[in-house]
Design a protein around this ligand. Structure first.
Ligand SMILES: Nc1ncnc2c1ncn2[C@@H]1O[C@H](COP(=O)(O)OP(=O)(O)OP(=O)(O)O)[C@@H](O)[C@H]1O
Length: 534
């Protein structure tokens, strides 16, 4: 464990010296740029107690006192508990904040592992948990940090997005919550911040692992940056500028990919974050570079980090295959979720693994006695719809709503008469389609079962255990064991589609699109379903 040094300046209110012009200009021009987005938001400053974030806090104090900054941020310090001195650092930051009369909160993070990345992740998590939805978190990242980030990504083979480095204003979304990371100093060199910190005699904490650590970032800072500076003294500014240019280029690429996606996504089969579907024929109409960019965008659209290039290449190859192989699948572990990418016919599917787990759950079979819609006294207006849940877990819920008078509308006159005279009662049955059960849809000239039926309807393998038949069974109480109820299958449902069955049995004058309007099948993320019923 390395020891750190708290610079031996005493803790006092920030001196009444003039603020550094360049540092102030960077903060104030960033403030002007994001003025509208900042309006009404609470602002926090993530303060490690290190030179950069303490200098940023000091500048905020100075500019606030001078009436140039309309807010004074509250400080957040995260104690990772990783070093012997961690608690002393936390106390030091709190004392400094008290001397400035700024509210300061010390948060404790639980770090899994010892690397910088694990500490950063734990840090953001506790800070996010502390602040409120929509709040802004100021960070002390500067041009040297940006140059190191870009170089690190360059040697890892990043694309335009990665090489655009850190963003000055970044909306972070997680679990329905969003916060903003604000980095006003990305164009400011560390040397300038150091000079300012020294001039103000700021008692910052000097963490020696920043320069001597054996991670890639420390190595680049210590060994590579000085060499690059010997070729071009402006290397830091230049790399930071390249990042800015690439960030603009990335915005164009993303906008193009988003437009392409709108054209090519198969909207009827989408369930956001569970199942995303692309049409391969439309994809192939684009030039190859746009296909790649679109796949890159499509795969990672709701993830904080994009997929690896290898995955994009693999998926592109999958789209180009013409051997009818529907078995190939690629696995991708995103930050938020894991996914399986598959192809079925001329469509690419990105399926979340939570969704695939849901699809394997058994369907709940339902049978409900129906009111007698065929009796003359039946008043359809009084009828309560029958709402049943076919399958649900913590993530998704699939519900069907049926009005019993559906049945009355579907039966033809002779069937009505026969039922009125008989002693049969009607039972609405919602049951999984049996593997051998034969049903007839308008797409086939005779009843079909199994593989033939799936092919006719275009049902990919992972959806095949999610087909449901809605039927009305007419049961005669006096029926003997050898007699079976008269079953009238009406609809076949999948989570995304529905088909009218037994077309011959039904009133021929009812157009099939009207028939499909008679039931509501609703598939949604579980929390939406709960909200809806609340
Ligand atoms: N322990 C922490 N508590 C709160 N914020 C932190 C902490 N560590 C880092 N940060 C925030 O993240 C930014 C970048 O982190 P980085 O690891 O580069 O900082 P540092 O070098 O440890 O500290 P500084 O940037 O303040 O000199 C910091 O400027 C600061 O805003």
């Amino acid at each position: 464990m390395t020891s750190s040094a708290i610079l031996s300046y005493s803790i006092e209110p920030v001196a009444e010296l003039p603020a550094d012009d360049k540092l102030a200009a960077a903060l104030l021009s960033s403030l002007a740029e994001y003025d509208e987005q900042l309006h009404g938001r609470r602002i926090w400053l993530a303060c490690s107690g290190g030179r950069d974030s303490l200098a940023l806090a000091a500048l905020c104090v100075q500019l606030y006192r001078q009436g140039k900054l309309p807010f004074l941020p509250q400080l957040l310090h995260v104690n990772h508990g990783l070093q012997a001195d961690s608690s002393a650092w936390a106390a030091h930051v709190a004392d400094w904040a008290a001397a400035q009369k700024i509210p300061c909160y010390i948060l404790r993070a639980q770090v899994n592992g010892h690397d910088e990345q694990a500490a950063r992740q734990a840090r953001y998590e506790v800070m996010r948990a502390h602040i409120n939805q929509g709040d802004v978190l100021l960070l002390g990242h500067h041009a040297d940090d940006q140059a190191e980030t870009v170089l690190m990504r360059l040697i890892q083979g990043a694309g335009v997005n990665g090489l655009s480095g850190m963003q000055p204003w970044r909306v972070q979304r997680q679990g329905g919550q969003h916060n903003i990371l604000w980095r006003p100093w990305l164009t400011i060199q560390r040397a300038r911040i150091s000079a300012y910190a020294q001039r103000l005699q700021l008692p910052y904490i000097d963490d020696p692992t920043n320069d001597t650590g054996d991670n890639v970032r420390s190595g680049l800072r210590r060994d590579i940056m000085p060499v690059l500076a010997s070729y071009n003294p402006n290397v830091i500014d230049n790399i930071a500028r390249s990042a800015q240019l690439l960030s603009e280029a990335q915005a164009s690429v993303s906008a193009q990919a988003a437009t392409d996606l709108q054209q090519i996504a198969v909207a009827s089969l989408q369930l956001p974050s569970a199942q995303q579907v692309l049409n391969i024929d439309d994809l192939h109409k684009l030039p190859l570079y746009r296909q790649r960019q679109l796949l890159h965008y499509w795969l990672g659209q709701d993830e904080p980090l994009p997929p690896a290039k290898q995955l994009v290449d693999d998926v592109l190859l999958l789209s180009q295959r013409d051997d009818h192989d529907h078995q190939t699948e690629f696995f991708w572990q995103g930050r938020k979720q894991s996914y399986t990418i598959r192809r079925y016919r001329q469509q690419l599917y990105r399926l979340s693994n939570k969704w695939l787990t849901w699809l394997q759950l058994s369907l709940i079979e339902q049978a409900e006695m129906l009111p007698q819609p065929f009796s003359p006294e039946f008043n359809a207006a009084d009828e309560q719809p029958i709402l049943t849940t076919l399958r649900s877990d913590d993530n998704f819920i699939w519900q069907v709503q049926v009005l019993a008078n559906v049945v009355a509308r579907l039966l033809d006159h002779d069937q009505h008469e026969a039922l009125l005279k008989s002693s049969r009662t009607a039972m609405l049955k919602i049951a999984p389609l049996g593997r051998k059960q034969r049903v007839q849809t308008a797409l086939a000239s005779r009843p079909q079962s199994g593989k033939k039926l799936y092919q006719t309807l275009g049902i990919p393998s992972w959806l095949r255990d999610s087909l449901v038949v809605i039927s009305v069974d007419f049961i005669d109480e006096k029926m003997t064991e050898n007699e079976s109820p008269i079953a009238l299958p009406i609809f076949l449902l999948s989570p995304f589609d529905r088909w009218v069955l037994s077309v011959d049995n039904l009133k021929t004058d009812t157009p099939s699109h009207q028939l499909t309007d008679l039931i509501k099948s609703n598939l949604s993320p579980e929390k939406d379903a709960k909200n809806r019923t609340d």
